[in-house]
Ligand binder design. Structure first.
Ligand SMILES: *Cc1c(COP(=O)(O)O)cnc(C)c1O
Length: 373
C-alpha cells in the first residue's frame, strides 16, 4: 500500500540516461554514410586529438571500452604476472579485474571516508617489493588525492594509472584528471559523463608508452612488416561510428558537466535539513558529480536497501554504492583491513543524475525521498 500523502510521479526516473541531441544523430549518420564504419576514420582522429588537448596530454588513444583501456595500459607499462598493483577497495570491479587479467595481484587498499578515493597514507603502507603500479580511482566524479599519490609513487618508483572512467573533466588546481599520472583511463559507457555507447580512452604525455599501447591495441602488428607479429597483441579498437557519437558528446562536455553541478546544487537544496550527507568535495578538488551520492550516517545496509526499494515503488531508481572488491569471492580478504570502504559501502546510495533532469524533476525526487524516509 502506498501512503496517500506520498507525492506522486507518473514517470520513472532512471539512475542515468544519455543526452542525445540532433548533433549526435548528424555525426553518426555522417560516419555511416561515409563508409568509414570500422576502426579507421576522421572521427577517431578528431576525438583523440580533442580529448588529449582537453585533458592537457600529448596523446590520447581510443579503445573498445574502459576495461580494455585499463588492461592495455597495464600491459604497456610492463606489469607482469606475479606483480602487485594497488587499487582502492571501493571501486567498480573492472579496476581489479584488469590487474587479474595479467595474472598480477590487485592489492586492495582502504579509502578516505570523505572523498571515497584511495587513502594515500594507506597506499604507502601497502607497498612491498613486488608493487609495480597503483590505480587511483576518481570515484563518482571526485578526483583522488593525486599530489600525495604521485609524491609517494615517485619516491617508490611505481607507475600510476588514473582510473578516470567516472570523472571526465574533473580537476585538481586546474589540471584535468588523465594528465596527473603516467596515464589516464576513461570509459564512454552509456551512463558515463559522455558516451560512445561502449568505448574507452587512454591519455598520456609519454610517447614511448603511447606507441607501445597503440601497437598492442592493434594486434601488436609489426611497424615495418604488415601481418608480422612478434608477440601476442589485442584488438581493443573503437569504431569510427562510436567516435562520431563521442565527438558530438565531446563538443557538449562543458555544458553537460555544468548541468551536473547545477543538479547537485538542486539536490542540496531539496534535501536540506534531512539526516543525509551528499557528495563531499575536498577543497583542492573540482568534482564533476558523475552520480549524486547520498549517505545516511545512521543507516545499516538493510535500511539503505529498504529505502531503495521504497524509492523504486514511487518511481525513483537508485543504486547502492559499489560493494567492496574484498567482499567478492575472487578477491576475498578480511573486511577489517578496509573498514572505511565497508562502512561507506553499507550506508551509501546514488540518486538519479543526468543532464536531462530539470530542477523540477530533482525537487520531485527530493520530496519523494523526504516522504519515504
Ligand atoms: C565504468 C568503469 C570502468 C569500466 O569501463 P567500461 O567502459 O564499462 O569497461 C572502469 N572503472 C571504473 C571506476 C568505472 O566506473
Amino acid at each position: 500500500m502506498t501512503n496517500p500523502t506520498t507525492p506522486k510521479t507518473d514517470r520513472f526516473y532512471p539512475i542515468s540516461e544519455p543526452s542525445i541531441t540532433e548533433l549526435e544523430v548528424a555525426y553518426v549518420l555522417d560516419a555511416v554514410k561515409s563508409g568509414w564504419v570500422s576502426s579507421l576514420g576522421k572521427y577517431l582522429d578528431v576525438f583523440e586529438q580533442k580529448f588529449a588537448a582537453y585533458c592537457g596530454t600529448e596523446f590520447a588513444l581510443t579503445t573498445s571500452n574502459g576495461t580494455t583501456a585499463l588492461h592495455l595500459a597495464l600491459v604497456a607499462l610492463g606489469v607482469q604476472p606475479g606483480d602487485e598493483v594497488i587499487v582502492p577497495d571501493l571501486t567498480f570491479i573492472a579496476t581489479a579485474n584488469a590487474v587479474a587479467y595479467i595474472g598480477a595481484k590487485p592489492v586492495l587498499v582502504d579509502i578516505e571516508p570523505d572523498t571515497l578515493c584511495l587513502d594515500p597514507a594507506k597506499l604507502e603502507a601497502a607497498i612491498t617489493e613486488r608493487t609495480k603500479a597503483v590505480i587511483p580511482v576518481h570515484l563518482y566524479g571526485h578526483p583522488a588525492n593525486m599530489p600525495e599519490i604521485m609524491r609517494i609513487a615517485k619516491a617508490r618508483g611505481l607507475h600510476v594509472v588514473e582510473d578516470a572512467a567516472e570523472a571526465h573533466g574533473a580537476t585538481i588546481a586546474g589540471a584535468r584528471v588523465g594528465s596527473l599520472g603516467d596515464c589516464g583511463v576513461f570509459s564512454f559507457y552509456g551512463n558515463k559523463i559522455i558516451t560512445t555507447g561502449e568505448g574507452g580512452m587512454i591519455t598520456t604525455s609519454d610517447q614511448a608508452f603511447y606507441l607501445r599501447a597503440k601497437q598492442l591495441r592493434d594486434h601488436a602488428m609489426s611497424k615495418d612488416k604488415r601481418y608480422w607479429h612478434d608477440e601476442i597483441g589485442y584488438n581493443y579498437r573503437m569504431t569510427n561510428l562510436q567516435a562520431a557519437l563521442g565527438v558530438a558528446q565531446f563538443e557538449r562536455i562543458d555544458a553537460l558537466i555544468e548541468r551536473r553541478r547545477e543538479i547537485f546544487a538542486a539536490y542540496q537544496e531539496g534535501l536540506r535539513g534531512l539526516p543525509v550527507r551528499l557528495n563531499a568535495t575536498a577543497p583542492w578538488a573540482q568534482n564533476v558529480y558523475w552520480l549524486i551520492c547520498a549517505e545516511f550516517p545512521e543507516f545499516t545496509a538493510d535500511q539503505r536497501d529498504d529505502l531503495m526499494r521504497r524509492l523504486k515503488e514511487r518511481g525513483v531508481d537508485s543504486r547502492p554504492y559499489f560493494y567492496p572488491i574484498s567482499d567478492m569471492p575472487m578477491y576475498r580478504q578480511d573486511p577489517a583491513l578496509t573498514p572505511e570502504a565497508h562502512a561507506a559501502s553499507a550506508r551509501g546510495l546514488c540518486l538519479p543524475t543526468y543532464s536531462n533532469l530539470t530542477d523540477q524533476d530533482v525537487a520531485t525526487i527530493c520530496s519523494i525521498l523526504r516522504s519515504v524516509l
